[in-house]
Design a protein around this ligand. Structure first.
Ligand SMILES: Cc1cc2nc3c(=O)[nH]c(=O)nc-3n(C[C@H](O)[C@H](O)[C@H](O)COP(=O)(O)O)c2cc1C
Length: 162
């Protein structure tokens, strides 16, 4: 991935893909036909903590934009890291309206920053596994927020300052 490439996708309100740009399709390694109409988790990598996606969805559903580092998996099993911005889309310009879908633009992250995130995600994932399915989200979120809170920043400021 080169620094000037933008990986773009759009989903409906349930997270089903409605648009992918050429770069998204190339990285994912699926045909456009295999992607459109399917859930965005088609590119989910098993190394990603569930609590990151929980934070993504709670942020979006409250009407806010989400920033995060995401490790994605291509059809052939290889992976690629992105720094993603995800936003809700509204039917109308005035944002009191219902969310009709979501929009995401991603870029290649700095490898040094990925190394920091990799360590955090590894600890989150292991806390999730240890806690068991029922308590996984709470356990993973606690690991992340303990790190974030120590910096005195909120999650968004923390992510953007790494
Ligand atoms: C616009 C948008 C973009 C998303 N981009 C990704 C992505 O690049 N990789 C990913 O694994 N999940 C992405 N997600 C989150 C997925 O919808 C899904 O929540 C996640 O893959 C975890 O899968 P699960 O919800 O089935 O556990 C995105 C969601 C939205 C709404």
């Amino acid at each position: 991935m080169t620094a000037d490439e933008f990986i773009v996708s759009k989903t409906d309100a349930t997270g089903r893909l409605t648009y992918c740009n050429r770069i998204f399709i190339d990285y994912a390694g699926y045909s456009e036909h295999e992607l459109l109409g399917h859930q965005h988790n088609i590119v989910r990598h098993p190394d990603m903590p569930r609590s990151v996606f929980h934070l993504l969805w709670t942020t979006l559903k409250s009407g806010n934009e989400f920033f995060g580092y995401v490790k994605n998996m291509s059809k052939d099993g290889s992976y690629y890291w992105v720094i993603a911005n995800v936003t809700p889309s509204y039917a109308d310009a005035d944002a009191d309206d219902a969310i009709v879908g979501y929009f995401s633009v991603r870029r290649k992250p700095d490898p040094a920053k990925v190394r920091i995130i990799e360590t955090i995600y590894r600890d989150m994932l292991s806390a999730e596994k240890q806690a068991g399915s029922h308590d996984a989200i709470a356990a993973g979120t606690k690991v992340l927020m303990d790190i974030v809170n120590k910096t005195g920043k909120d999650y968004r400021e923390f992510i953007l300052s790494i």
